[in-house]
Design a protein around this ligand. Structure first.
Ligand code: ATP
Length: 221
């Protein structure tokens, strides 16, 4: 569910931070961007609510920029571990409780976890996982882990599904995955009310299950 517009501080305006900052503005949020690199700050200044040149290791500089009053922070300094750690400590000292951190690798992730980051992403690993999955089987068009070992995936309906109804396929009984919906062109079809819907070429199924179960379902031709 979309939240009311919020205020975000994005610290580190490299490719990752600047993209997030622009997207958050596009959703109507109040966004301040911070980077020590003057060129990057000037380049993005017109696109954000505010953009400030500051060293994120310096708590007083962050306080001066008013970061303490923001709803959430995105810490997008990847490669400089020392700056990333000090910035997280500064943000916590300022009372910000919702902090998403971009980590460079799993060691960085562990440190940020121990220091109390709310959410930690390693974008290169996430992207690598998605691309490998698509290369392995192009029928799985997108997927996300909803909790430990439990996934939701958008899978191209295979030939075995064609001409059958969801009832015929008997999801959850014969198949180890559950069907949460059918995507036909741009329309979402609710399986709870359309058990009799006959699957056609081009349909995509939104399914939930373990990684192995989803892979087996997608691999079956
Ligand atoms: P990306 O992949 O997002 O381009 P990256 O993971 O390679 O970035 P860095 O380039 O190390 O990460 O850092 C991202 C941004 O953070 C850079 O624009 C850099 O200038 C900025 N940055 C690094 N250290 C600090 C600091 N101490 N204070 C403010 N900004 C910083």
């Amino acid at each position: 569910m979309a939240q009311r517009n919020r205020s975000f501080a994005v610290i580190g305006l490299g490719r990752f931070g600047s993209k997030i900052a622009r997207e958050l503005v596009a959703y109507g949020n109040h966004v301040i961007g911070i980077d020590e690199n003057e060129r990057l700050v000037s380049a993005i200044a017109d696109s954000l609510t505010e953009a400030v040149i500051a060293d994120a290791r310096d708590e007083s500089a962050l306080r001066e920029a008013g970061i303490g009053g923001y709803d959430a922070a995105i810490l997008a300094i990847g490669a400089n571990l020392e700056a990333s750690i000090l910035c997280l400590m500064n943000l916590k000292n300022m009372g910000i409780t919702d902090i998403t951190v971009k980590a460079y690798n799993s060691q960085h992730q562990r440190i940020m976890q121990a220091l109390g980051a709310t959410d930690i992403v390693i974008p290169e690993e996430d992207a690598g996982e998605h691309i490998a999955q698509r290369l392995h089987n192009s029928a799985i068009q997108d997927f996300m882990e909803i909790c430990e070992g439990n996934y939701v995936a958008l899978v191209q309906a295979n030939r075995g599904c064609m001409g059958k109804t969801l009832q015929d396929l008997n999801f959850g009984q014969k198949l180890d995955v559950q069907c949460l919906g059918i995507m036909r062109h741009n329309t979402f079809i609710n399986p709870a009310t359309h058990q009799e819907k006959i699957l056609a070429a081009g349909d995509k199924l939104l399914v939930q299950g373990s990684r192995a179960a989803i892979r087996n379902f997608a691999d079956a031709r």
